[in-house]
Ligand binder design. Sequence first.
Ligand code: SF4
Ligand code: SF4
Length: 473
Amino acid sequence: MIDNATNEDDFKDTEAYRDSLATVDKSGKRIWIFPKKPKGKFYNYRKIVSYLLLIVLFGLPWLKHNGEPMFLFNFMDGKFRIFGVFFTPQDFHIFVVAMLIGIVFIALFTVVFGRVFCGWICPQTIFMEMVYRRIEYWIEGDSKAQRRLRKAPWDTGKIIKKISKEAIFFGIAVLIANTFLAYFIGMDKVLNIITDPISQHTSGFVAMLVFSFSFYFVFSILREQVCTTICPYGRLQGVLLDKNSLAVQYDFVRGEPRARIKRGTEQSSKGDCIDCGLCVQVCPTGIDIRDGIQLECVNCTACMDACDEVMEKIKRPKGLIRIDSLVGITENINALITPRSLGYSAILVVLMILEAFLFIGRSEVEVLLLRTPGMLYQELEPGVISNLYNYQLINKADSEYDIDFRIENIDEAVVEFVGQKPRAESNENTEGALFIKIPATVLKGRKTKIKLTARVGDKVLDNFSTTFLGPVR
Ligand code: SF4
Ligand code: SF4
């Protein structure tokens, strides 16, 4: 992206990269990428961040709170736990606001910091570049050795390397699949599926196999195609980034006109880029960052390390490829606070305040009380009208409660449970039926609104209301 350059005539910008994908040839066949093994300061930082995130990812499903998983997203049974707090589908509104916060946060983060998430935090990149790719380098060598091996005949050495690599790849895919499943059904159930006979958990075992082969396919075969052609976040970059957004960028003002160093040639009229191609060779998506910001760039910073090493060798300042904005490169200004970022920040703050209110106002025990379908009122005793209701208690707390219902707006009203008084089991739904009886003289016509509270002693757990049917007066 060099349209705003100050010395445009000097730049080599064929724009050809805009019409094609670096990983697809003219006949439409995939070009397999053999990126050179990255090394350098940013790669070392990325390793630290990645391994910390991997510890978190693999560790969280093992954490428990009061004997229950600390994090659980069981969509099948409608049970969710985040930091040990139990949520049910009745908390759907909290999740909707949380999702909106997530979307606005990602938009804001991308507007300001570009696609840094992809290269440094996204599990796809972390597993691909920091786990699978490193195993590949370890078994098959750096990019040149990998190319040679691909072309080599299938002798014993190649067969052993390929089989051992794919076996390790599949083993890690199984590990990822089991961890992934643990977030949905809990680690205890995953361990049961692993240790019990297959016949006892056929569907769980099938799910494990499907996830394992899917992850193997993604990391062994699909690879960078996930980021360059499938991931929707990548596709959004065109609308989220602007000239103030930070991203991995080539400083074309300093770098152009690029020219290879030739002995005895005057280099002072040339830019700092010596056209060595190392930044392209290390790129895991196969692009040339010197063409400008591209959808395929995951901001992994491998090209920054490669170029810094070159600059060090030729004794020129580092940072020819760096994290900067387009205005930073052309005008040496960095404006992180723009009307756009301020707008997103304001929306984010409002949503976060709303979420805090919803969370604080969330009751430990939620009550659903509905008149039993098909039932009208009854007059079981002279002058006393009764209605039959079904109730559901959703206990989101880790404690059990013996619940009482009290009608708050009609003193003469009485609640009579069918059978035992309800006991709300922890993290469970409890259902039952009850009668509400009210003297006919205090009813306000055919429908009377009644307000109730669910209580444990004097502690109010939930406020709710319903209507009471009586005779027309
Ligand atoms: S690594 Fe640096 S010097 Fe080499 S081609 Fe890329 S931008 Fe130019
Ligand atoms: S251009 Fe640089 S930052 Fe972007 S994906 Fe390639 S190596 Fe990573």
